[in-house]
Ligand binder design. Structure first.
Ligand SMILES: Cc1cc2nc3c(=O)[nH]c(=O)nc-3n(C[C@H](O)[C@H](O)[C@H](O)COP(=O)(O)OP(=O)(O)OC[C@H]3O[C@@H](n4cnc5c(N)ncnc54)[C@H](O)[C@@H]3O)c2cc1C
Length: 380
């Protein structure tokens, strides 16, 4: 594969880097402490066209590609995974299905304002009884006059405490078949929907909610695509987003590596830079190789999305490798820092906490291995 970033890709990267350095960096420290994401970042991302990089211009996007989307993710994640996770839940999970399968009216009412940063979106799939077994989800949708009534609960939903609307997955029949699962667009606040904010160890700057759903009415025109059985859209969305969050993981791995390299250059022990001890230099060498491998996989995955040839097993491989790389690299970065690695004034502890989120969210590493094993012909 002949691969290099185009001038446009480089320009996207520079825009996000500048935004992070000049505007976001000062917001991140407070957001991590207070666990409150400043809402205004969505408007700023919208203004710069960063929420819609991978969507066509005629739909309100910036008309670029998945490679650009991954560049935005990598750079935001380099600065703050909290910010980047909220960006991801909004600009992919909460709106991609609407772009892909929504009616023209739903695109106009939800997708366009979200891409412009005027509305915040989220995606509510996971439930208290298990996030890994999505086909077994229990939230029910019952037919009522003029629409549907939802009952159930959702857990660990990114952006739920700040969202203007959520895409909620619910079952329209008790049968454990994919075509019994559909997506419902719920505008917030909604009568009967109670959202409580969760306190987290990782990605503290991103707001995450537990949702109690009791007799929430959804009109017919807010059923995604005004049709039932949109489970395949969920699966396609998750596959593409696995490549996306792999780029998030890459950004975190790079940030941890850069911090560790800087520390290894300046920290003296017994009169010698620690980087000149072979044990530390070898760690850094291995970390740089892991990151390079993850980078190639991430942008290969993005390229496959742009070619329209991404399959679920490839997405799983990309996500598995990149997320485990972020965990491994950030852990080694802590070790290189010694005691300083445990101190909050250094970023590596936070990066490691944040990296652990991505061996769980978007399907755990075990779930990715199940997908890959099935691709290899095993039942798993
Ligand atoms: C910070 C954060 C943000 C999130 N944001 C969202 C969001 O915006 N929207 C959303 O819908 N969800 C979201 N999630 C939920 C996330 O997708 C789930 O946490 C994840 O899918 C795992 O589900 P679970 O937590 O219920 O773990 P469980 O399913 O209970 O799994 C527990 C353990 O069992 C293992 N396991 C389960 N089944 C199998 C199996 N078949 N084979 C092998 N091992 C298995 C898992 O790998 C894991 O190690 C978020 C999670 C976090 C932590």
């Amino acid at each position: 594969m002949d691969f290099s970033f185009s001038e446009q890709h480089v320009a996207v990267r520079e825009t996000v880097r500048r935004l992070c350095e000049t505007e976001h960096r000062k917001l991140v420290v407070a957001a991590e402490e207070t666990e409150i994401l400043p809402r205004e970042v969505f408007a700023r991302w919208g203004e710069l066209g960063l929420l819609g990089v991978r969507y066509p211009e005629e739909d309100g996007g910036s008309g670029l590609d998945k490679v650009s989307d991954c560049i935005v993710r990598e750079e935001l994640s380099y600065m703050s995974q909290g910010f980047a996770s909220s960006w991801s839940a909004h600009s992919h999970l909460g709106i991609w299905p609407i772009w892909k399968a929504g009616t023209p009216a739903q695109r106009e009412r939800f997708f366009r304002p979200a891409v412009a940063g005027r509305k915040i979106a989220g995606f509510a799939l996971s439930e208290p009884d298990g996030g890994s077994n999505i086909r077994g989800l229990k939230t029910r949708a019952e037919r009522v006059a003029g629409g549907w009534k939802l009952n159930g609960s959702k857990l660990y939903i990114t952006n739920a405490p700040i969202a203007d609307f959520l895409l909620v997955a619910a079952r329209t029949s008790p049968e454990l078949r994919g075509d019994a699962i559909s997506l419902f667009i719920v505008e917030l606040p909604a009568k009967g929907m109670e959202i409580s904010k969760l306190r987290k160890e990782g990605i503290r700057a991103s707001e995450t909610g537990l949702i109690h759903i009791e007799d929430v009415f959804v009109p017919d025109d807010c059923v995604l695509g005004e049709r039932l059985g949109t489970y395949p859209v969920i699966l396609d969305s998750l596959s593409e987003n696995r490549v996306g969050v792999a780029a998030n993981a890459l950004g975190m791995a790079r940030a941890a590596f850069d911090a560790a390299t800087a520390y290894a250059q300046e920290r003296l022990v017994a009169g010698k830079r620690i980087g000149d001890y072979q044990a530390i230099a070898h760690k850094l060498a291995g970390m740089s190789a892991e990151i390079e491998a993850a980078r190639w996989l991430v942008y290969y995955g993005a390229w496959r999305v742009d070619q329209g040839t991404l399959d679920s097993a490839t997405a799983a491989r990309v996500k598995l490798v990149a997320s485990e790389t972020a965990v491994s690299v950030s852990e080694q970065a802590i070790r290189i820092h010694g005691g300083a690695g445990i101190m909050r004034e250094y970023p590596v502890g936070r990066i490691h906490r944040d990296a652990l989120v991505y061996v769980i969210g978007e399907g755990t590493s075990e779930v990715q291995k199940n997908i890959i094993a099935r691709d290899l012909g095993f039942k798993s």
